[in-house]
Design a protein around this ligand. Structure first.
Ligand code: GDP
Ligand code: MG
Length: 384
């Protein structure tokens, strides 16, 4: 059985070792020194209203967070109830997807023989959950093969096998973001309008602060007037500095943010950008320009270029990945709004068709609703 799998998922083993997080060896810095914003003529300091005395900001990074464990490991090792609530949250987020698949599947597997009609119906169920044609074909082919080999007849066994096949597919894009070695580590966030970029930046900032990192946000969405304010709200919530300018040049804002981060010794710069559609060629090209300007400051930056995708987008997500990837070489994805859709199967379609690491998933609008993508929790969330 495993030989078959290995053939199917060639190189999976190496990918798995690849995905092993690198331990960070440095102690987290004391705090994001928000009081030392660099004064640049072009930088408009968006000072936080809720300023705390300096010695209090250390509370941002509780002592228990200083272990050298990588993000992934920290999620895997906490006390049982924390681990539970993490998986439970994902499960809750994937409820609609699971209901759509599982309702169909349980009717299928308990009332029918495992015959061609069964497979046809399963195919339709997976397609309806947005697993996509290619991934669905792969899953069905494998399922058929293994059902035959293992002589399965029982519905529950079949469901477990399906879950296993799905898990193996999802593992291809399970590579958590942990290689934060350079400082400032620059994360460029791109995507269409309304995908959830700004909200995700707010949540990601919280996650990284919890990890003991200091963060600075660059308001690179200079297109919409309200964008800066929206980002500032997230900055205030996290008590981190948001760098913005009155000019309409996103590259300049991000460049300033990087300079400021360097001067203050901030670990991570997260740069927001204006929403753009894959069809808006000039706007997509503008992203490549932004990237070039960033590289004038540090040729290895951006160290992470993340496309934020709205799970409700369905199969169009595949096209978005293609276009954005061509323009700016994506290194990671974040899938938002999984809590509001029955189409969570899109993640499997991505694993099959555009396997770029899915770093995080968004399962709600609150600050703690961004979770590290775990293939296991996800497969469990889809099929239970
Ligand atoms: N339910 C839900 N809503 C989300 C999630 N992520 C973002 N949103 C909402 O999506 C909307 C658009 O988000 P925004 O960050 O402004 O998108 P942007 O245009 O890409 O910056 C807002 O109302 C967010 O609250 C998520 O994971 N779940
Ligand atoms: Mg935005």
């Amino acid at each position: 059985m495993f030989d078959f799998l290995k053939k199917l998922f060639k190189g999976d083993e190496s990918k798995k070792t690849d995905s092993k997080p690198v331990k960070k060896t440095t102690k987290p810095k004391a705090e994001p020194k928000k009081s030392t914003v660099v004064k640049s003529k072009t930088v408009k300091k968006e000072s936080n209203k809720k300023t705390k005395p300096k010695n209090e900001t250390a509370k941002l990074k509780p002592a228990k967070k200083i272990e050298t464990k990588p993000l992934k490991e920290q999620e895997e090792t906490p006390k049982k109830e924390e681990k539970l609530s993490f998986a439970e949250k994902i499960k809750q987020g994937l409820k609609k997807t699971r209901d759509a698949i599982s309702d169909n599947l349980s009717t299928l597997s308990f009332t029918k023989k495992i015959d061609q009609e069964f497979y046809d119906e399963l195919e339709m169920t997976l397609i309806a959950a947005d697993v996509g044609y290619a991934a669905t074909q792969q899953i069905i082919t494998e399922l058929k093969d293994r059902v035959k080999k293992e002589k399965l007849e029982d519905g529950a066994q079949l469901k477990n096998l399906l879950k296993k096949i799905l898990l193996e597919l999802l593992q291809q894009i399970e590579k958590p973001l942990i290689h934060i070695e350079t400082t400032p580590f620059v994360i460029l966030v791109v995507g269409v309008n309304g995908a959830g970029k700004t909200t995700t930046i707010g949540k990601l900032t919280k996650l990284l602060l919890d990890e003991g990192k200091s963060v600075l946000i660059a308001a690179g969405d200079t297109f919409r007037a309200a964008a800066k304010e929206q980002l500032q709200v997230w900055g205030d919530r996290n008590n981190v500095t948001v760098i913005s300018q009155d000019t309409g040049d996103p590259s300049a804002v991000i460049f300033d943010a990087m300079q400021s981060a360097k001067a203050k010794g901030v670990d991570i710069v997260i740069a927001d950008t204006a929403g753009r559609l894959p069809t808006q060629k000039h706007l997509i090209d503008e992203l490549a320009k932004i990237k070039k300007v960033i590289q004038k400051f540090d040729e290895t930056a951006p160290h992470e270029t993340i496309l934020v995708l709205d799970a409700n987008t369905g199969q169009n997500a595949i096209n978005q990945i293609k276009v954005f990837n061509e323009a700016v070489s994506l290194t990671g994805l974040i899938m938002t709004k999984l809590d509001g859709t029955a189409k969570g199967g899109i993640v499997a379609a991505i694993a099959k068709e555009q396997p770029i690491p899915l770093r995080f998933i968004g399962v709600g609008e609150k600050i703690d609703d961004l979770k590290i993508f775990s293939a296991e929790d996800y497969a469990e969330g889809m099929l239970e």
